[in-house]
Design a protein around this ligand. Structure first.
Ligand code: PAF
Length: 281
């Protein structure tokens, strides 16, 4: 068990990757903002199983936070993240500084149209531009063959897929199933910010979504179910429901009835923390 070596600069990272390439080794990347939990570690495990070399990136990307307070409060736990990675034999933890990623004069933005107009894109202006820009840089800096993303951020996964296809980036984007706590709460670095009381209430979100999925299968309308579920979530202690919507699994088009493979998406505030989740229906 060795903690991964840290690289802080793009050039040092590239030099390392060049050695691997000279040996014909395949490279996987797991992009993260740190505060690693079992969801991230499941991505690392999959990357290790499928690639000769694995890079985990750790960068709290300022351009994807539309709220400065959220950026300030985002957990920064590099040393314990490194320890968590030790059992996985990760080759490099790439943890660049903000100046490395956004040097003076930086002026480019990657923006994906359409998919980003809805859900989190509608509620967090600029968020997906920040994600698409940093992920493009992480793909080009690492030169990885395969990249691993959790389905918990399902819209992000679709945006990254679109971006990689449209920009002809030679990388295979792989989505991995959401990892949940035993009570159904989707694992997230933000869960760390919930008080004990709020943590006990939080699984209601996934419970409501699963109940809604069953009722959609029985022919009920998403708009009616949304109103009922929202009322119950507010009664349980959630402060606000940003969205609770049935959409097409790939195009993210809004539907009121289940007519094909769909996805139910939710974002709700609890204890001043914005929780998101999605399930297949
Ligand atoms: O999902 C995340 O943690 C971030 O959005 C990502 C993909 C690492 C980009 O900063």
């Amino acid at each position: 068990m060795t903690k991964p070596m840290i690289e802080r600069t793009r050039d040092a990272l590239r030099a390392r990757v060049a050695h691997w390439r000279a040996e014909d080794e395949t490279v996987g990347v797991v992009p993260t903002m740190g505060a690693l939990h079992d969801g991230h570690l499941s991505l690392v495990e999959r990357a290790k199983a499928e690639c000769d070399r694995v890079i985990v990136t750790l960068f709290v990307n300022p351009t994807q936070f539309n709220n400065p307070d959220d950026l300030d409060k985002y957990p920064r736990t590099e040393e314990s993240d490194r320890e968590k990675l030790a059992p996985y034999d990760v080759d490099v933890l790439y943890a660049p500084t903000v100046d490395q990623m956004y040097p003076t004069g930086f002026a480019t933005r990657v923006s994906v149209d359409g998919l980003t107009d809805v859900l989190c894109g509608a509620h967090r202006p600029g968020h997906f531009d920040g994600v698409a820009t940093i992920v493009t840089k992480l793909f080009t800096q690492t030169g990885a063959d395969r990249a691993y993303f959790g389905e918990k951020d399902y819209q992000q996964l679709q945006v990254v897929r679109r971006m990689a296809t449209d920009l002809d980036l030679p990388i295979h984007v792989i989505g991995c199933e959401t990892v949940r706590d035993p009570d159904g709460l989707a694992m997230s670095s933000r869960n760390l910010r919930l008080s004990a009381e709020a943590r006990a209430v939080a699984p209601a979100l996934n419970r409501e979504m699963r109940a809604m999925a069953r009722k959609l299968h029985a022919g009920r309308l998403a708009s009616d179910l949304r109103a009922e579920a929202t009322e119950r979530l507010l009664a349980e202690g959630f402060e606000k429901v940003d969205y609770l919507e049935l959409r097409g699994a790939e195009d993210l088009e809004l539907h009121d009835r289940l007519i094909g493979p769909g996805r139910l998406f939710a974002a709700a505030w609890l204890d001043d923390v914005r929780l998101i989740d999605n399930i297949a229906v």
